[in-house]
Design a protein around this ligand. Structure first.
Ligand SMILES: [Zn+2]
Ligand SMILES: [Zn+2]
Length: 299
């Protein structure tokens, strides 16, 4: 039975940018039942090493982040994501869900905006390649509503060839080196069934991920695409859980069941409280895996 790590810090429930609107104030209680399981470990996010941060972000930017009132959880947010990757690659755990207080994908080499402070996923990749194996290959699937400009900026700046970046956003583009893909998802809200249309886009992206052949899969999971949230594409909350199941199946078949889910955008507390425990359910094995969705269908 695979082990799952949940990375959390109490400050994420009450302060910083994305949690300013209290989206995580029901946590960790909302995953209380999950935390009782023997195959689940709760890790308190430690601060990310500043020397690591300075490998990808400029000193000037790091100073700005440190004095920016909405980035007070920047070090803990990135710290949890970096530790989760290390623990998965070392075999302490098999999969992880990382809560964050502030996001990562709008943080580039020398700029940060849009509720992001340090680029958590890129820090995790740089650290893993330096400390575990320089030949590791990664896929990042970004289903936040917005373009992951900071992640793209850093991958280009690093000239990183071992990372495939699949980004569902507001543009249709891909690079000649077949490493960086953008899928325009804005039109799905005009479809008769936006959920089906969005899932089709995810599946197209996943086909590219399979061909790339990587060791590790990051899902940068935004729920801002859900109806009523700030990046709404008319997506129902159930669809996020369906995507989680599709990704779990894929990583089971092609990525040695190594999967790290990193929370991204989305502001509504009721969505966070409904979606997150169910998404974590999809990465649990055996009895009680996906327990919450089953309870839902019984009632
Ligand atoms: Zn977003
Ligand atoms: Zn994009």
């Amino acid at each position: 039975m695979g082990k799952v790590g949940i990375f959390w810090h109490n400050s994420f429930a009450r302060r910083s940018y994305l949690t300013g609107g209290n989206r995580l104030s029901d946590f960790p209680d909302a995953v209380g039942e999950i935390l009782k399981r023997k195959d689940v470990t709760l890790y308190t996010c430690k601060r990310v090493d500043k020397d690591l941060v300075l490998k990808i972000h400029s000193e000037e930017m790091v100073r700005e982040v440190e004095s920016f009132p909405l980035c007070t959880t920047a070090y803990e947010s990135a710290g949890g994501v970096v530790e989760a990757t290390t623990r998965i690659l070392k075999g302490d755990i098999d999969r992880a869900f990382c809560f964050i207080g502030c996001g990562g994908h709008h943080a580039g080499r020398n700029h940060f905006w849009g509720a992001c402070c340090f680029n958590d996923v890129i820090l995790a990749i740089v650290n893993a390649k330096e400390t575990i194996d320089k030949d590791l290959r990664f896929v990042i699937l970004d289903t936040d509503a917005h373009h992951g400009d900071g992640t793209r900026d850093l991958l280009m700046w690093m000239n990183e060839r071992d990372v495939l970046h699949l980004c569902l956003c507001d543009r249709e583009w891909h690079s000649h080196n077949n490493l960086w893909y953008d899928f325009d998802a804005t039109w799905v809200s005009y479809e008769w069934d936006p959920n089906k249309a969005y899932i089709r886009l995810v599946e197209n992206a996943l086909d590219i991920a399979i061909k790339f052949k990587a060791d590790f899969f990051f899902w940068y999971m935004g729920f801002d695409i859900c109806k009523g949230d700030y990046g709404s594409l008319g997506i129902d909350k159930e669809t996020i859980v369906e995507i989680a199941s599709i990704i779990r199946e894929l990583t089971r078949s092609y990525f040695d069941d190594k999967l790290q889910i990193v929370l991204a955008g989305g502001s509504m507390r009721e969505l966070a409280t409904w979606i997150i425990p169910r998404v974590i359910g999809t990465i649990l094995d055996g009895e009680g895996g996906s327990v919450d969705s089953r309870e839902e269908s019984d009632t």
